[in-house]
Design a protein around this ligand. Structure first.
Ligand SMILES: Nc1nc2c(c(=O)[nH]1)N[C@H]1C(S)=C(S)[C@@H](COP(=O)(O)O)O[C@H]1N2
Ligand SMILES: [Mo]
Length: 371
């Protein structure tokens, strides 16, 4: 072998070594779900933000000195089981009344636990339910994980029963109607995909921030809303979403999750979510949630089902855009003829039953209501 060949082979070996090292680094750095966090049992005061004075703090002792209530209540577990509990504690409403306000005044209230868990109780639940900050359940002191208080909400899902309560955020109501929908599969395609290790599987995920920065119209709008295929509804804070990921390959997708969040905050099998006036709809989830129909030799779902499901703002005209910039304007009369199907070659098409071929939009990215 001559010298030149030896040098070439040596360089190739170095390159292979370099790639191998880079790859192993990458797998090491790949996002991974952390085991459940320890709870923080040092909570002595509950902080309440969003009150007129800005922020208040109430000690656990003060809460225990208030008038107690005892209530029998049911909760619904994530698998649909009903649990019966006798809870003793103080009504949230009593505490809020002391600060000159009521749970009915808010668009939502976020309960934040010492262990990193948090959840927004939405307006509809606040209007309807007596929320008790409990320090005894079934005539017993709380278990260690729940101390010092557990939020209890009758006849609602256990996800609202926040253990280890540390902070309460009162959220002002802000209403925006959704008038633009992005189709998630097309929308995320050009975004940066990161490796995400989910249990035993190596999947891909897109950072929440990327989605918001690229598509949301009101980027600072605080509240997000999620709806899953099974009907689960959930509100989440913009910041929590931006720091998290949407897993787009493998099990339970689209799945909202983050290595920093307790598993109870993950949202599996998302059908759609909204951020202010901007919605994001998963076509693949739509295929599971709605009946697929044979339409013009394709198997798809009607756009009107998506519009109905998402409570999309109806106007006189709709602008439909493809990922390559192709646009079609559709009248309110024709919009119900729209249907979406997966192309054999990949990607999704929006077509209109009985309309001309040029209204067919390959790689459908978005639809918006216009005047
Ligand atoms: N602090 C804290 N509270 C929490 C959670 C959590 O991870 N941390 N998980 C929630 C979820 S998702 C559910 S379903 C219930 C589970 O309650 P259980 O263990 O009493 O069944 O607690 C809720 N409260
Ligand atoms: Mo849960």
């Amino acid at each position: 072998m001559n010298k030149r060949y030896q040098i070439v082979i040596l360089m190739m070996l170095i390159a292979v070594l370099f790639i191998a090292v880079a790859c192993s680094n990458e797998t090491e750095q790949a996002l991974k779900d952390k085991p459940e966090q320890e709870n923080n049992n040092t909570v002595e005061n509950i902080v309440i933000t969003g009150v007129e004075s800005g922020e208040e703090s109430i000690s656990i002792k003060e809460i225990k000195d208030m008038e107690a209530v005892t209530k029998e209540m049911e909760s619904i577990s994530s698998s649909g089981e009903i649990n019966n509990n006798k809870v003793k504690g103080v009504l949230l409403e009593k505490i809020l009344n002391q600060h000159g306000t009521s749970q009915k005044n808010y668009g939502g209230i976020r309960f934040i636990a010492g262990d990193g868990y948090s959840i927004v109780i939405p307006k509809e639940v606040l209007q309807l339910r007596d929320i008790v900050l409990a320090y005894e359940i079934d005539d017993e002191e709380l278990d260690k994980k729940s101390l010092p208080l557990r939020v209890t909400v009758p006849d609602e899902r256990a996800m609202y029963w926040v253990r280890n309560l540390a902070k309460i955020e009162l959220i002002e109501e802000e209403i925006l109607t959704m008038d633009k929908i992005f189709f998630l599969e097309t929308a995320i395609d050009p975004l940066n995909h990161e490796d995400y290790t989910y249990y035993e599987s190596k999947d891909m995920a897109v950072k929440g921030m990327e989605i918001i920065e690229n598509y949301s119209e009101n980027k600072d709008y605080k509240g997000m809303y999620f709806k899953a295929i099974d009907g689960l509804e959930k509100k989440e804070d913009l910041e929590v979403f931006k720091d998290g990921y949407v897993k787009v390959t493998g099990k339970d997708t689209p799945l909202f999750l983050s290595p920093e969040l307790p598993k109870g905050m993950h949202i599996k099998d998302i059908l759609w979510f909204s951020h202010g006036n901007t919605g994001y709809f998963s076509i693949e989830s739509g295929f599971k949630a709605f009946d697929k129909k044979e339409i013009e030799e394709n198997s798809g779902i009607y756009l009107k089902e998506i519009i109905k499901e998402t409570d999309f703002q109806k106007k006189n005209k709709y602008l439909c855009k493809a990922s390559d910039g192709y646009e079609v304007e559709i009248s309110d009369e024709d919009i119900d003829k729209g249907y979406i199907y997966a192309r054999n070659k990949g990607g999704y098409t929006l077509a209109f039953e009985g309309l001309q071929k040029n209204t067919k939009i390959k790689n459908i990215l978005s639809i918006e209501s216009i005047k």
